[in-house]
Structures are given as structure tokens and as C-alpha cells.
Ligand binder design. Structure first.
Ligand SMILES: [Ca+2]
Ligand SMILES: [Ca+2]
Length: 499
């Protein structure tokens, strides 16, 4: 109990922020009588100092479980004393966790003129409240797919909360935020200052203290004075654990107010009070050690379960670093994607360009695209293709010619063999001689043309001997020559046989 009070007292002294900054004219003062936080949140007898809880709520040293993950549970915790300041800021750290994809029903923060029920109809508290409710509604009663939802609902004590529409017609303002099953505890900072109500939300995806984002801000909000703070939760057919880890209240004061309220005298008084508490605590610790030497050793071992400020800072640094690493990795991936797309575009562009030029080319990734510079034009290419076609045609003709010659030779052999002549036909010899002369002349003509290419190029195609024709003639002459030689040998062999 003493240690708890000292904790709170330290906080209260540290949190008397006489802020001289020109930007921040609001003074905050930690209000330990309207706060709870671990460790030693609940005392050994289960009570929470300055607070009262009931229903299915259970308080431990680390948190207050307002409603456990069982069906139809309700619980609440309320301040014992009404607050005695006008403007305030409340930071609620909570965890709503459950095994279901959807959960129920939700949790609510209250500022009301009267303490509500512990088993009421509105998220565990009383309906027809007078004041403010900030509701964290998990379950989508109106099936508009807009839950979990955070909303503020004002009531003057006359209205019933409309569960069927999830309060959509009654809410002051709100925001769609998921607060279930987060890796870190979620947080809400509810600020009421100069009749402006502002709710910030920390989504629990990081452990960073600065990750609050604005849920909503509403101006000209009138709240009754001297209300009670409360927290409540309820489950229905579906059930989540609703755990509140801390509720920290600070009273807010304008610069003038702050100067008046937190006088030097008051600060000295608090410091003195704190020092007295510290002395008492040391004395009690000493006494306890003397009386229970064994238990103290156990307690020292238990200290290992808690982390020091340095350890916590280190852990947060590691978490931030890993977050930065993740972001960098993601960026790296994106840059790679962009480069890949750029490469694709480049190669597509180059192929389009190549097609338009009628030239095959491929762009290499990572290289500047250079267009090939061949010394042929489209016209040259077409001439080349048509010549190729002509060559194929000529070869085909040549083939049929060879077949024809073969056939004629066979006929000749048959007739020659039947004649049984022992000499060479003089007429045939003359023909052969003429043919050989013809071949000779043709070759000479070709040689002459080859030696003067320019002339050949300029020669009109109609009167020139075409390449195909030339080839045809040469082939024919050679074949005839070859056949003659063969015919001659055969005749000689026959003559020898006869002799
Ligand atoms: Ca609901
Ligand atoms: Ca809804």
C-alpha cells in the first residue's frame, strides 16, 4: 500500500508540469486519486485505492479485468470521489482480446454525475446516464459492417441507448477503428478542455508512446461539473476479455489557473510529504528484512520479472529498429518492381522501333538501346528475298532437267546397245563439239561480266543473262560432257568385249 502511494506521489510531483513553453499554455497535473496503474494496481485484499469495482470485474496487480471472455458478463469500476477540476485528460490503456473473429460487446469510459451500475444495460453500466460515454463498441448490432467503432455519446439522463442501431443516431462523433487482438495494448486519450472534447486513439500495432492519432474532436460540449470517472464492459453471446491496464488522469489548467493553483507552497508541501513517505518506506523495508530474511530473497528473484527503465528503453529501440528495417525492405521491393517495369517498357519500345524499321533487334536490360546500323535498306532486303525465291525455283527446274536428261540417256543407251556399233557416231561428236564451244563462250562471257561489276549492275534486266539462266546452261553443258565421257567409255568396253 505504501509503495503504491509513493509511486503515485512520485508521479504526481513529476507530473506537476509548470510548463513555461510558449506553445503549450496548458498545465497538466497528474491526479493520482483518479488514476490506477500497475504494478500494485490492486492491493492484496483485491481493492483498488480510490476506486470501487463490481459485477464480474476482477482486479489484479497488473490490470482490471472488467469482463472476462465468458457469455453475458458485466463489470465496472468507478472513482470513489467526484472530480474537483473542470478540465481533464484521461489516458486509458486496455486490451480487448478474444479467440473469435468478431467479439462482443465492448467497453465504455464514463464521466457522469452519478456512479453507474456494475451490471447495467449499456456496456455494463447504467442507461439514462447524465454526462459523457466514450464507447468502444465491438459488436455490429445493426449489421452495417461498421464495427469495431469508437464513439462519444452525450446524455442528459433522459435517453435510452439505442443498441439496435449501435447508437448511430445518438452519437456526438466517432471513428472506425479496430481495437481487438492487437500485439500491444490499445490506448485512448480523452481530453476535455475549454468545452472541446478530443479523443485520440493508439492502435496497439506499436509500442511507441507517440503513435496516437486523432479519432475526433467536438467543440461546444457541455458536461456537468463534479462527475465521476468510470470504466465498464460487457459480453454477450460472443465474448472477449476486457482488460484495462491503466487509467491515468491529469487535470488541465490554463497558464493563469496553473499559476494560481500550483503555488510554490504547494510544491514544497508535496515534496516534504514525499520525503516523509520515502523515509517511512525505507524504515518499513528495513524492518521487513529483519523480520523475513528468507522472503526477501524470493522478492529479489521476483525483481527479475520486471524490466528496468534502461531495459525498457532498449527494447523500444529494438522494436523501432525492426520497424524501420521492415519499412526499408518494403521500399527496396517497390524500387525493384519499378526498375523491372521500366526495363519491360524499354524493351517494348525498342522492339516497336525495330519493327517499324523492319530490322530484328533485342534490347539488353541495363544497356542503352542502340539501333543497329546495317548497310542494307528495305529495298535491298526485298531484292534479296526475291532473288532467293528465284534461286529456289531454278534449283527445282534444274532437278527436273536432270531427270529428263537421265531419261533420254536411258533411251539412247537402249538404242545404241541395239545398234551394236563399234565406233562413235560422227554426228553426235559434232554436236558435242558445238556444245563444248558454247560452254566455253558462255564462261568467257561470264568472266567478262564479272570483271566489270558496275556495268553488270547497270545492265537492264531484260537483255542480261540472268544468274539462273547461266547456271542452267553451265549445268546442262557439264552434264552432256559427263554423259559423253560415260558413253565413250561404255563403247570402248563393249568393243574390247567383242575383240
Ligand atoms: Ca454494438
Ligand atoms: Ca454497427
Amino acid at each position: 500500500m505504501i509503495s503504491f502511494r509513493i509511486n503515485l506521489l512520485v508521479c504526481s510531483i513529476l507530473c506537476i508540469l509548470v510548463n513555461t513553453s510558449t506553445q503549450q499554455t496548458v498545465h497538466r497535473r497528474f491526479e493520482y486519486k483518479y488514476s490506477f496503474k500497475p504494478p500494485y494496481l490492486a492491493q492484496k485484499d483485491g481493492s483498488v485505492p480510490f476506486w470501487e469495482y463490481g459485477g464480474n470485474a476482477i482486479a489484479s496487480g497488473e490490470s482490471v479485468r472488467l469482463a472476462p471472455s465468458l457469455r453475458s458478463q458485466k463489470g465496472a469500476i468507478w472513482t470513489k470521489q467526484p472530480i474537483n477540476f473542470d478540465w481533464w485528460e484521461v489516458d486509458v490503456m486496455f486490451k480487448i482480446t478474444g479467440r473469435g473473429r468478431i467479439g462482443a460487446d465492448g467497453l465504455a469510459f464514463w464521466y457522469t454525475t452519478q456512479r453507474g451500475d456494475y451490471t447495467g444495460d449499456v456496456f455494463g453500466s447504467s442507461d439514462r446516464w447524465n454526462g459523457l460515454a466514450v464507447i468502444f463498441d465491438s459488436f455490429d448490432n445493426d449489421n452495417k459492417h461498421n464495427n469495431p467503432y469508437i464513439m462519444a455519446v452525450l446524455n442528459d439522463g433522459t435517453k435510452n441507448f439505442d443498441h439496435k442501431s449501435d447508437g448511430s443516431t445518438q452519437l456526438l462523433s466517432g471513428c472506425l477503428r479496430d481495437f481487438r487482438n492487437k500485439p500491444f495494448p490499445t490506448r485512448a486519450r480523452i481530453e476535455f478542455y475549454m468545452n472541446t472534447l478530443t479523443v485520440y486513439f493508439h492502435n496497439g500495432l506499436t509500442n511507441n508512446e507517440e503513435d496516437y492519432e486523432l479519432c475526433f474532436r467536438a467543440e461546444n460540449v457541455q458536461l456537468p461539473r463534479g462527475g465521476f470517472f468510470g470504466l465498464s464492459a460487457a459480453t454477450g453471446g460472443l465474448a472477449d476479455d476486457h482488460d484495462v491496464i491503466h487509467l491515468l488522469t491529469s487535470s488541465l489548467h490554463s497558464a493563469q489557473q496553473g499559476g494560481q493553483q500550483i503555488s510554490n507552497d504547494e510544491q514544497q508541501k508535496l515534496s516534504q510529504e514525499y520525503q516523509e513517505y520515502q523515509k517511512k518506506l525505507e524504515q518499513q523495508k528495513e524492518d521487513y528484512r529483519k523480520e523475513h530474511p528468507d522472503e526477501m530473497r524470493d522478492k529479489d528473484e521476483m525483481e527479475d520479472w520486471f524490466e528496468s527503465d534502461g531495459q525498457r528503453e532498449l527494447r523500444q529501440i529494438f522494436q523501432s529498429l525492426s520497424h524501420i528495417q521492415d519499412v526499408t525492405r518494403e521500399l527496396h521491393k517497390k524500387v525493384d518492381e519499378v526498375i523491372g517495369k521500366q526495363m519491360n517498357s524499354l524493351s517494348m519500345l525498342s522492339s516497336v522501333y525495330t519493327q517499324s524499321q523492319g530490322q530484328p533487334a533485342q534490347a539488353q536490360p541495363g544497356q542503352a538501346v542502340q539501333m543497329p546500323q546495317f548497310p542494307i535498306t528495305r529495298h535491298d532486303w526485298e531484292v534479296f528475298t526475291s532473288n532467293n525465291q528465284l534461286m529456289i525455283q531454278t534449283v527445282s527446274e534444274l532437278k527436273s532437267f536432270v531427270v529428263e536428261v537421265n531419261r533420254k540417256t536411258d533411251t539412247l543407251l537402249t538404242t545404241g546397245g541395239g545398234g551394236g556399233g563399234n565406233g562413235v557416231n560422227p554426228q553426235f561428236l559434232n554436236e558435242l563439239r558445238d556444245n563444248v564451244h558454247q560452254v566455253k563462250n558462255s564462261l568467257a562471257g561470264v568472266a567478262q561480266r564479272m570483271s566489270s561489276p558496275m556495268q553488270s549492275q547497270n545492265c537492264p534486266s531484260v537483255t542480261c543473262v540472268s544468274t539462273a539462266m547461266l547456271l542452267l546452261v553451265i549445268s546442262g553443258q557439264l552434264l552432256v560432257l559427263f554423259l559423253y565421257q560415260w558413253y565413250k567409255e561404255r563403247k570402248e568396253a563393249q568393243a574390247k568385249k567383242f575383240f
